[in-house]
Ligand binder design. Structure first.
Ligand code: CIZ
Length: 310
């Protein structure tokens, strides 16, 4: 056991010594968010990554996010505290399967453009016409030529929601996020009933049943801005990764935030804490160790052809 406060001091020292900047997603542990130089969703962090002046970026998040930072900063060293921090959505859409599916659609006469959620590998991005995040998807989809069909990958729930709000029909890849997939509508109704006047804020990666009964739908940055705009102290029921409650509490301490319960697939039991096991791989110890050793490092592997060689 290592004292978190001592680890945080050590990380602060190493950051200077190793000429590093720490970026942390809203879904990693609060103490990592607190020690980071930048916090945000993937869109904000990708933009922040372009402003970094140090030679090293440590990305506390998951692999596709660190890979995006590397694509934007090919000359910098980009570290991820645990290389196994992946993403169920990215894994659901391997580049070779997508390429085969696109070829099949073309052979059947479909004239489409591929819109990929940022939660994909660089190889999948190289097969895409547009890359969107939860923070900008709507605006970007509005720019896809209307004479084209849209193939949206890999999140079927986000795609369905975007299709509804943009009025564009979409061919949906059947992927889903393991965290957002397991929210229980039954338990959400119970928490809402037990907290009269509460409002549900939900991520658009949630299934339709959850979104249909939510008061606000948006990605993490939009959620954060929304609660800051509400001045009246309110209880918010949060339907996204539960680490998100940390930045919400920091941004709007006048409110109370409760996680919407999920149902564990393995046991069928309700859990009050929807944590992404990949995001949870980021720990203060691993962050300290990767600053110390300069490992594990993200390699740039952007092209599908190259991805096939490995
Ligand atoms: O865009 C991101 O960072 C993800 C994956 C979710 C969100 O809404 O922040």
């Amino acid at each position: 056991y290592e004292d978190p406060l001592e680890l945080m001091d050590e990380i602060d020292r190493l950051k200077v010594e190793k000429d590093a900047t720490i970026l942390a997603h809203y879904y990693v542990d609060g103490e990592i968010q607190d020690v980071a130089d930048f916090n945000g969703d993937s869109l904000k962090l990708a933009r922040d990554a372009t402003q970094v002046s140090t030679s090293t970026i440590v990305f506390c998040g998951v692999h596709f996010m660190a890979e995006s930072a590397k694509i934007l900063n090919p000359e910098k060293t980009v570290l991820l505290p645990d290389l196994l921090a992946g993403c169920s959505l990215a894994e659901s859409c391997p580049a070779e399967k997508l390429a085969a599916y696109q070829a099949d659609l073309r052979a059947k006469g479909h004239d489409f453009e591929t819109v990929s959620y940022i939660n994909t590998s660089a190889a999948v991005k190289s097969l895409s016409d547009w890359i969107v995040t939860s923070g900008n998807a709507r605006e970007i989809i509005d720019r896809v030529p209307t004479d084209k069909e849209i193939l949206f990958v890999p999140d079927q729930h986000l795609g369905r929601y975007l299709s509804e709000v943009t009025g564009r029909e979409m061919i949906l890849w059947p992927g889903s996020c393991m965290v957002h997939e397991i929210f229980s509508i039954q338990d959400m109704r119970r928490v809402k009933k037990n907290n009269p006047g509460s409002q549900v804020i939900a991520h658009p990666e949630c299934p339709k049943s959850i979104l249909d009964e939510s008061d606000f739908i948006g990605g993490t940055e939009k959620m954060r801005r929304h609660v800051m705009e509400v001045t009246e102290p309110t209880t918010f029921l949060v339907a996204t990764e539960s680490a998100m409650i940390h930045p919400l509490e920091k941004a709007a301490p006048q409110h109370k935030f409760l996680p919407v319960p999920g149902v564990m697939e393995s046991t069928g039991e309700t859990c009050a804490c929807n944590r992404c096991p990949h995001m949870a791989r980021n720990t203060l110890q691993k962050l300290r160790d990767c600053l110390k050793t300069g490992q594990p490092e993200i390699a740039w592997q952007p092209y599908f052809e190259k991805a096939q060689e490995v």
